[in-house]
Design a protein around this ligand. Sequence first.
Ligand code: ZN
Length: 101
Amino acid sequence: MFDMKEQSNTLRHLVTCSLCGEKYHHDRTIVLEENDLNATFHLTCHKCNTSVLIFVSNNQQNIISLGIATDMNGDEVVDFFKGGAITTDDVLSVYEKISKI
Ligand SMILES: [Zn+2]
């Protein structure tokens, strides 16, 4: 049986900082959503302080993951995603927010 939690946990521990290549320390990781179909994390690099949002989606047993660099800190991200499940629209609005900076 497919285990999204295990998959996303594995993925989270494989990802490295796109800027400096450092492995993330997960004491600063915020899990924004984690269910059978989707997982969303906010990771912050302990070395260069770059933050990234990782979206993981389980699409018919194929894991799709998407990482977006963001200058939102953990608190802002929690605010941003507060009030419900994260949808594709939310992901798009993150893109829009980032592209305006
Ligand atoms: Zn880094």
